[in-house]
Design a protein around this ligand. Structure first.
Ligand code: BMA
Length: 895
């Protein structure tokens, strides 16, 4: 049955009876190069294939920058099939042209495009060749993105400049991207190269219409007072106008499948008056609460989805929807307002990260394997939210479908970042259409829980980033764009989820107080972004107590294996190499990185510069993992309490950033090859549903917090504090009758560090004692054993510890992939298994400490993998080993 349907669909598609995809060969011309390509594609991706090089290799992004300075041409030839010739209307639909183009069909100019985030459609019926033999020619000329944005910049109003004039010089980027509606990171960012593509980055379809065609449809799912649900299905129909003075009758039917053959339907018939070619119609389905189960974010329940189908005339389309409510709670506290999500009535602590574009080539953003890997990794790390950041793209349908399926809530920015923007009537109209189309496309996804107007543009005004001061014109422009257009359109289209004007912002407070002018970084309102590269990242006391932290992080270097693949100068890899300087776009980036590392770790110097560099990568990842862990835990500790300044009730921690677009220093936890950095392994623990988390104060008080996101309390638990002496031996102290309170964080106890260390005979005086011991925290329950990941306190930074030295051994059991790692001399810190390539699977722990002389961990492959290459290629190391210049070692296979 399935096969015959598939065949029928392929046939209909092929003969263009319903709609067909113009993905056959296109002729692409860039400068003197002419070649055949399939879409989606772009100038950079196409030339790479044709000339066999990689723009992300060495500094080829500079060498090939000329591509961004060139216009390009995309041509397609196709025959008029009988179905196209018989149709009364024929639409040519572009789901994404990047960016400024002129579309010419058989010599007629159909129109122009200027917004890569919008769909454009043209009626080509009158220009189709009347015969099935000759080819129709479709010709798209795309202007150089660098030139067109410069042109827009120079043509802007003479009265004032729309800043910034350019990206910082460290980005090796291009200027004026804010003047065009193209992915803002295309001209360079602090984590990525400038790849100023032009192209056809999404589908192109040709659609014959004889009566009506579903151009788009969407659903608002909401709960009514009696707790039943309503689904309001809207559809945008393209109609063949009737010329016989008689309205057209169309029946619209919607159906929701409950499963097991049960469903609910509704239908309506509409009459379309003469001459109308486009109409929006809505129809409502009533769904009884007893028939459906709710969709829950990861960690709170299942992600049940239901099939919703719309039938219009002979056409039907389906999508999966879910039932959940979302509220952003902003209620007065002692000072300021709260800011947290309630999903299905449950207050949710948002745990997660920020997504930068899936690829720096928008045409490659539908890499399903990679999308799934990123989203599954998100779920594995106990996250429940990702923020789709405003400098990228509105991601593919597949991305949001998988987020629905995996329970990853999406904070969706509109695509504006770190800039001022023009507010000419044309610009605002273009944005209006972009907003309408993208809200239609995304609002039926249960995963999408909030819209945000932009990334950091209020902050840019407030912080005077571009020297605009408090000039009124910039404030007025800000309100015109984000409030009068974006907010207004979103609220017209979607009343089922909240909207904030910017991230970070004071949210509701700003809405009621003129939108701008206050401190968008205030701890008392909305969300904050927080970066501090000058303080000691391992000092938990340096972190703030906001309501919600939607960005924070530290840089690290990616895997050596990824870097090695991207340069010919492998032997000379150091952070001072031309290659790595080129990739560091954060001004003073390596200076900060070295400084941050050296606060807590030694940076060994040997006579082997390559090994030193490998060690430096490892240290940078330890530093990042540990600092982001402390910052995240600090936020989680503040979940249920306020301090004297009224700060706290923190309900969100989204670190910057999940993924990468090239092999370079960045804030990511997953590198460009898909490998988990140490941070991603740590996220699994620091975002675990229950954690036991320390806070070492400057006065050496050690506070221990018990934090839970579970909705049931756990009773009769115990906390064990194990003080390990580096020279050997452990002293334990337990606290019984501990309750893990449901959905709360509380301070269990305050201990005196000096006392703990002296009880464990760590040293003769406090200064010595701090250097001799490491503290482990363990939360367990009499029946379930450990209910939280182990946690640690370093009384003194690892750089001053006298770590023991001995070769470790690791054996992997080929039956169940469990790895036993032994250290005959005792404590080993930050033990790390280094994967050469991306091996599908993850370790139960990586970057862990061995305090008892041995440890068992597990490798969880996603599917069968080659154990022989695993044992030859995977190497492990520890901090002790690199300090003693011991080489990384191999895992040994046992049967
Ligand atoms: C924030 C983000 C990005 C940037 C990151 C790291 O400003 O919104 O613009 O990449 O910090 O600097």
């Amino acid at each position: 049955m399935k096969y015959s349907l598939l065949l029928l669909w392929t046939l209909l598609n092929y003969t263009c009876l319903v709609s067909c995809q113009l993905s056959d060969l296109w002729k692409v011309t860039v400068s003197n190069f002419v070649f055949d390509e399939v879409i989606p594609t772009d100038t950079f991706a196409a030339l790479e294939k044709y000339l066999s090089y990689n723009t992300l290799f060495d500094d080829k992004d500079i060498e090939y920058r000329w591509i961004g300075n060139s216009s390009s041409f995309f041509e397609n030839r196709f025959k008029s099939t009988p179905s196209l010739l018989e149709a009364k209307r024929v639409l040519l639909i572009f789901y994404g042209i990047d960016t400024y183009s002129t579309v010419v069909f058989n010599g007629y100019t159909l129109g122009k495009t200027s917004n890569m985030f919008s769909r454009y459609s043209f009626d080509i019926k009158n220009y189709l060749l009347n015969d099935t033999d000759p080819y129709n020619s479709l010709f798209i000329e795309i202007e150089s993105p660098i030139e067109i944005s410069a042109e827009m910049y120079y043509n802007q109003s003479k009265n004032y400049i729309v800043y910034p004039k350019c990206v910082p010089k460290e980005y090796n980027g291009e200027c004026h991207i804010n003047h065009i509606r193209k992915m803002q990171a295309s001209f360079g960012w602090d984590w990525g190269p400038a790849i100023p593509t032009s192209g056809i980055w999404r589908d192109v379809r040709i659609v014959p219409i004889n009566k009506v065609f579903i151009m788009d449809y969407t659903a608002d799912v909401y709960q009514v007072e009696n707790k039943n649900w309503k689904i309001n299905v809207s559809t945008l129909l393209e109609i063949v106008p009737n010329d016989k003075n008689k309205p057209i009758d169309i029946i619209i039917k919607v159906q929701l499948d409950y499963g097991q053959g049960k469903y609910v339907t509704n239908e309506k018939s509409i009459k379309i008056d003469n001459g109308i070619t486009q109409v929006i119609e809505s129809i409502t389905l009533n769904v009884s609460q007893t028939e459906v189960q709710r969709w829950w974010p990861n960690g709170y329940g299942k992600q049940i989805l239901y099939n919703l189908t719309i039938f219009v005339d002979t056409e039907s389309r389906s999508k999966l929807i879910g039932f959940r409510t979302v509220k952003l709670i902003q209620k007065p506290l002692e000072k300021g307002l709260s800011f947290y999500f309630r999903i299905n009535g449950v207050p949710i602590f948002a745990k997660g990260s920020n997504l930068i574009p899936i690829s720096i080539y928008p045409s490659k953003s539908l890499n399903k394997t990679y999308i799934l890997h990123l989203l599954e990794s998100t779920k594995e790390a106990n996250m429940n939210m990702l923020r789709v950041w405003g400098g990228g793209v509105y991601e593919s349908d597949y991305f949001y479908e998988m987020a629905d399926k995996l329970g990853i809530m999406i904070w969706q920015d509109f695509m504006f970042a770190c800039s001022m923007y023009p507010t000419t009537p044309e610009f605002l109209e273009s944005v209006r259409e972009e907003v309408i189309q993208n809200v239609w496309r995304l609002k039926s996804h249960p995963s999408v829980v909030i819209w945000a107007g932009n990334n950091e543009n209020e902050a840019a005004l407030y912080g005077n980033w571009y020297g605009t001061g408090t000039e009124n014109i910039y404030k007025e422009d800000y309100i015109k764009l984000y409030v009068d257009v974006i907010k207004a359109e979103v609220e017209k289209l979607d009343s089922t989820r909240p909207f904030v004007v910017s991230s970070p912002s004071n949210a509701l407070w700003a809405d009621k107080n003129g939108w701008i002018g206050t401190d968008p970084y205030s701890n008392l309102y909305g969300d904050i972004h927080h970066y501090n590269y000058l303080a000691n990242g391992w000092d938990i006391n340096t972190y703030r107590r906001p309501r919600f932290s939607s960005e924070y992080g530290f840089q690290s270097l990616p895997s050596i294996h990824g870097l090695q693949n991207m340069t010919k100068d492998v032997a000379n890899l150091t952070i001072d190499s031309v290659f790595l300087k080129h990739r560091q776009h954060l001004p003073f980036g390596y200076i900060y990185m070295k400084r941050l590392i050296s606060q807590n770790l030694k940076i060994p110097q040997t006579n082997n510069s390559f090994q030193d560099f490998v060690n430096f990568i490892y240290l940078s990842q330890i530093n990042q993992a540990q600092a982001v862990k402390l910052q995240s835990e600090s936020y989680r500790q503040g979940k249920s309490s306020l301090n004297d300044a009224g700060e706290g009730y923190t309900m969100g921690a989204l670190y910057w950033q999940l993924n990468d677009v090239w092999a370079a220093p960045s804030w990511s936890s997953i590198d460009d090859g898909g490998r988990w950095k140490m941070l991603h392994n740590y996220a699994k623990d620091f975002f675990a549903p229950i954690i036991i988390s320390p806070r070492l104060l400057a006065n050496h008080d050690l506070k221990i917090f018990v934090i839970s996101d579970e909705l049931q309390s756990r009773f009769n638990c115990s906390v064990e504090i194990n003080v390990y002496r580096i020279s050997g031996g452990v002293i334990s102290k337990s606290f019984f009758n501990v309750t893990v309170i449901a959905n709360a964080a509380y301070e269990l106890i305050t201990l005196k560090l000096e006392q703990i260390l002296s009880d464990a005979s760590c040293g003769n005086n406090f200064t010595e004692a701090k250097k001799n011991c490491i503290i482990e925290l363990n939360l367990r329950n009499s029946t379930q054993g450990e209910i939280a990941p182990l946690n640690y306190v370093f009384p003194a930074p690892p750089k001053v510890l006298n770590l023991p030295v001995c070769p470790m051994t690791a054996t992997i059991d080929s039956m169940n992939y469990s790895i036993t790692i032994k250290s005959p001399c005792g404590i080993q810190l930050f033990v790390w298994f280094d994967l050469p390539g991306y091996i599908p699977g993850s370790f139960s722990e990586n970057g862990f400490h061995i305090l008892k002389g041995s440890k068992k961990i597990k490798f969880n492959p996603k599917f069968h993998f080659n154990l022989t290459s695993f044992v030859t290629e995977v190497k492990f190391m520890s901090l002790n080993q690199i300090y003693a210049s011991l080489q990384p070692r191999n895992v040994i296979q046992i049967n």
